[in-house]
Design a protein around this ligand. Structure first.
Ligand code: COA
Length: 327
């Protein structure tokens, strides 16, 4: 007797961006930068910024509700809620618990995953494992951030990069098609190249002049490491599935920097018209970026059922990962 394979199929996607838009020109009014510098180095033109009092769980509720509507599932159908975030509303309860209460999905499991910008890929991978093991049939996976809350607006090397937003998917058990594989990696030895060294047990550090709740980054080191790590995880993903790079219909990358995205596309021998790019309008929304890009691609009709999608992300930790799926 052969047991049927269970897949996690993306049954619906949703996303949400805060109303307020901050353009590069807006930024140049209070920090020494220019639209030309930002756009040519990163591809970013504008980003959304959460309103005062608007939290990560607020963004998550909108994205999750849209994904659930698209999937045709109700709160009572959810077996598990996972939120990838580095900017939780509060230390605890988790943003997933706050979201659960707002959705009225009380009773199912709910937890956050902190893998910086790879948070959604990590959360997706965990959701997939729950479904494939048979422990869950319907899982809500969210990537949501209010990263601008920990940006030092006077520090031009980081202030220009980040934005706020959330994306969500509903995974459902399916016997036919869905996520084919996920691949997760981390290199904690590189933690100081991209971090926010403030916390609970480590407290505030006197040797960090910018301590407070501020992102610190060695931009060009991050850039070089990210390109290599993404090259390697893309190869690993294709190899694990016995696929050729030309089999991929869409690359849906983490939206940190257009030049990093172009390097991955080149590695895959993909023209940019098969790559979903939102970094120009969203900036880097960390865990929000991949599900936001996916939702835009689905709602605009570019991504179609049956197509092969490669999702990837890289972030602080360092962390990086990928998912290959038949949509
Ligand atoms: N506006 C204008 N000038 C700026 C600037 C800004 N916003 N930020 C930095 N500069 C200046 C620097 O001060 C430096 O000036 P100097 O030569 O007089 O010292 C010059 O521009 C070059 O800075 P550098 O940091 O070497 O630029 P870069 O080409 O490496 O680009 C990043 C910087 C951040 C855009 C780039 O390194 C990058 O995108 N890295 C990856 C970041 C990332 O994706 N992080 C998230 C991963 S999840």
């Amino acid at each position: 007797m052969t047991s049927e394979r269970i897949y996690s199929r993306i049954a619906g996607t949703g996303s949400y961006l805060p109303e307020k838009v901050l353009t590069n020109d807006d930024l140049a009014k209070f920090v020494d930068t220019s639209d030309e510098w930002i756009a040519s180095r990163t591809g970013i033109r504008e980003r959304h910024v959460a309103a005062e009092g608007e939290t990560t769980s607020d963004l998550s509720v909108h994205a999750a509700t849209r994904a659930m509507e698209a999937a045709g599932v109700s709160a009572a159908d959810l077996d598990l809620i996972i939120v990838g975030t580095t900017t939780p509303d509060i230390i605890f309860p988790s943003t997933a618990c706050l979201l659960q209460a707002r959705l009225g999905a009380n009773g199912c499991g709910a937890f956050d995953v902190n893998a910086a910008c790879s948070g959604f890929l990590y959360a997706l991978s965990i959701g997939d494992k729950f479904i494939r093991s048979g422990d869950a049939k319907t899982v809500l996976v969210v990537g949501a951030e209010t990263l601008t809350r920990m940006v030092d607006w006077s520090e031009r090397t980081t202030a220009v990069l980040f934005g706020d937003g959330a994306g969500a998917v509903v995974l459902k058990a399916d016997s036919e098609t869905g996520i084919l594989s996920t691949h997760l990696h981390a290199d904690g030895a590189k933690k100081e190249l991209l971090w926010n060294p403030v916390g609970v047990s480590a407290g505030f550090r006197d040797d960090q002049p910018n301590a407070g709740v501020r992102i610190q980054m060695a931009g060009s080191d991050v850039f070089k490491y990210a390109v290599k790590a993404l090259d390697s995880v893309v190869e690993e993903t294709l190899e694990a599935n016995g696929l050729d790079r030309h089999d991929i219909d869409w690359l849906i990358p983490h939206q940190a920097n257009l030049r990093i995205i172009e390097a991955t596309a080149k590695r895959l021998d993909m023209s940019m018209d098969r790559v979903i790019v939102t970094v120009d309008k969203h900036g880097n929304t960390s865990s929000g970026s991949v599900p936001l890009a996916l939702d835009e691609a689905v709602r605009s009709g570019r991504v179609q059922r049956g197509q092969l999608l490669l999702l990837e992300a890289f972030g602080g930790g360092f962390t990086w990962g990928s998912a290959l799926l038949r949509y």
